[in-house]
Ligand binder design. Structure first.
Ligand SMILES: Nc1ncnc2c1ncn2[C@@H]1O[C@H](COP(=O)(O)OP(=O)(O)OP(=O)(O)O)[C@@H](O)[C@H]1O
Ligand SMILES: [Mg+2]
Length: 213
């Protein structure tokens, strides 16, 4: 069964962002979306990841038509099954890096994975406040925080925007490894074409539709 099925999604703000977009995401599959700034990539990610109801069309996650579900059911899917890495990451600033992971572990009813802390090279800053971390450290903690929940689908919006090439590669290696390690999938928005190419399929959001590259 597809983990995600989007059918005929349309959405506009001042102008039409996209029309009739359909997409499927199967277990162990990764899809990248590229496109110029303002083309609607983040909006599409929000729609597919439970955060924004599209003006037209349906989104099925794990076979459920999410925007027809009672709110409680939708929240459950968001809490236990979906992991969202935002373009601007929202760490709890007054909390330490470790406490940020703890919140996620608690919400997802999981344990903290110390291996993840090692892999993301954040062990040395794990007890510092999020507000005292560098941009790249914050980004690594925020990706680690999402993986701590052990979601079935990861939605990532420019997850490596603040990272140097080497660190970006290491972080994404871990994300890809996670996705291949179970019945999981990745929906990735990026400006980095080389990163996009590491995904199984690449689409460009152009002229209001998804063009497969
Ligand atoms: N809540 C909103 N209300 C009104 N307009 C919005 C809203 N969210 C986004 N937009 C507009 O929709 C367009 C697409 O925004 P979106 O954030 O999806 O683009 P993007 O492709 O992710 O761009 P970037 O690469 O810069 O992140 C933009 O013109 C933006 O101003
Ligand atoms: Mg965006």
């Amino acid at each position: 069964m597809a983990l995600l099925q989007a059918q005929n999604i349309s959405h506009s703000y001042d102008y039409t962002l996209f029309e009739n977009i359909s997409l499927e995401l199967n277990p162990k599959e990764s899809v990248a979306i590229i496109g110029v700034s303002g083309s609607g990539k983040s909006t599409l990610l929000h729609i597919l990841s439970t955060l924004l109801k599209p003006q037209k069309g349906r989104v099925y996650l794990f076979g459920k038509d999410i925007y027809s579900l009672p709110k409680k059911e939708l929240l459950k899917i968001r809490r236990y099954l979906v992991g969202i890495i935002f373009q601007a990451h929202y760490l709890f600033k007054g909390f330490t890096a470790y406490e940020n992971l703890l919140v996620s572990a608690y919400l997802g009813e999981q344990d903290i994975d110390n291996e993840l802390i090692e892999k993301f090279n954040i062990a040395h800053v794990i007890h510092k406040k999020a507000s005292e971390l560098s941009g790249g450290e914050q980004q690594r903690v925020s990706v680690a925080r999402v993986l701590t929940k052990r979601p079935k689908i990861i939605f990532a919006d420019e997850p490596t925007g603040n990272l140097d090439d080497k660190t970006a590669k290491e972080v994404m290696d871990t994300v890809f490894e996670y996705v291949k390690g179970g019945e999981r999938a990745l929906f990735l928005v990026t400006h980095d074409r080389n990163l996009a190419k590491r995904c199984d399929r690449v689409f460009e959001l152009r002229g209001g539709t998804l063009v497969e590259l």
